[in-house]
Each structure stands twice: as C-alpha cells, then as structure tokens.
Design a protein around this ligand. Structure first.
Ligand code: 5GP
Length: 190
C-alpha cells in the first residue's frame, strides 16, 4: 500500500490543538484525514460515534488490545482508555491521504517512534498554565473532579514537549493556525 505522511498534534487539554486540527482538515491541498481514535469514555454532547471517536465499552476496548488491534493505546485518564486502531491507519492510507492525529503526548511520541521519517510531531503550548485552566473551565465539558485530573496532567505533559519535532506556541489562535498550516504544508511537500 502507498503510505502517506503522518501529522501529530499533541499538547495539554485546552491548548487549542483540536481547533488547529479542525482548521487544517478544511485545507484540501493538504489532503489530510483525521485518525478517529477508539475510546472507552462516554460520548459528550454533540459527539458522534465513528466521527469524533469510536466509542467502545471498556471490555470491548480491552478485547481489541488483546487481539493486537491497536498501533498505540493509553489509559490517558484513570479508567479512560484511548487508542489508535491499525484498521484506521490502513483505511486512511488506502484513501491515498495523509493522517492527522489529535492525541495525547505519550501516544504521539509512540507513533513518532514507529514511523520516524514520515511523521511530523507538533506540541501545542500555551503561554501559561492558568490560561489553559481558564479555557478548560470556560468550555465547561468536565466535572470538577475531571478538571482537576486534567490540570494535574498538564505538568507531566509539558515536560515532554522537547521530545517533539516542533513546539508551537498558541498565544494567538489565528497566528497558530497559520503557522501550523505552513509547517504541515512544508512537511507534506518535501
Ligand atoms: P478527550 O477526552 O478530551 O477527547 O481526550 C483526552 C485526551 O486523549 C486528549 O489529550 C486527546 O488528544 C487524547 N487522545 C485522543 N485519542 C487518542 C488516542 O488514540 N491515543 C492516545 N494515546 N490519546 C488519545
């Protein structure tokens, strides 16, 4: 199979990576397709199975782990599993497209390790952690407990930023989108 390139966006929750990924997906010249992850967490309001995630029961997720169906998988938060199915990678490369990931920091580094030459890994940073906290509170998707878990994880994630090919500061969303677009375009065309 002819394989395309891999673009990884990682970074703390609330860093803006999902918004940047959605922006890039609209750019037809980049020929990107989103890698739909599997997760054992419940769908949030507005999320669709097979579009945002493949929502699986925990036991089905674990069954797929046992059957070696994942390229990578992580218990990103206690009791919440996330992973990239091999079938998803094959589906996208089968379409002749490049794959774009919105994935946690460890998962992102694992994929880069598997495909070092064809992967561009980008870590999205924000100027300070309080800024991220404010965004997470504003988007109001999480319970207080979950919010605390996410914020605690940020410190660990930031430590791993230097292992990425590029750290992209998001202190102005429009500028970050443009910068990301140029970086991806350049990587895909070379
Ligand atoms: P959320 O629950 O907010 O959608 O995602 C929580 C975290 O899991 C985010 O950092 C997201 O990027 C990450 N994530 C989503 N899909 C995957 C995946 O397939 N593998 C890994 N390792 N992390 C993922």
């Amino acid at each position: 199979m002819k394989t395309g390139k891999i673009i990884i966006f990682s970074g703390p929750s609330g860093s803006g990576k999902t918004t940047i990924v959605k922006h890039l997906l609209k750019k037809e010249n980049l020929s990107l397709a989103f890698s739909i992850s599997a997760t054992s967490r419940l769908p949030r309001k507005g999320e669709t199975n097979g579009k945002d995630y493949f929502f699986l029961k925990e036991k089905d997720f674990i069954e797929k782990v046992k059957n070696d169906e994942f390229i990578e998988h992580e218990e990103v938060y206690p009791g919440s599993f996330y992973g990239t199915l091999k079938s998803e990678i094959n589906r996208i490369w089968g379409l002749g497209k490049n794959i774009i990931f919105d994935i946690d920091v460890i998962g992102g580094l694992n994929i880069k390790k598997k495909y070092p030459d064809k992967t561009l890994s980008i870590f999205i940073k924000t100027p300070d952690i309080n800024d991220i906290k404010k965004r997470l509170i504003k988007r109001n998707l999480d319970s207080k407990k979950m919010l605390k878990i996410r914020v605690n994880k940020i410190h660990e994630e930031i430590k791993l930023a230097e292992k990425f090919d590029i750290s992209l500061l998001n202190n102005d969303l429009d500028k970050a989108k443009n910068k990301a677009e140029k970086l991806v375009e350049n990587f895909i065309n070379n």
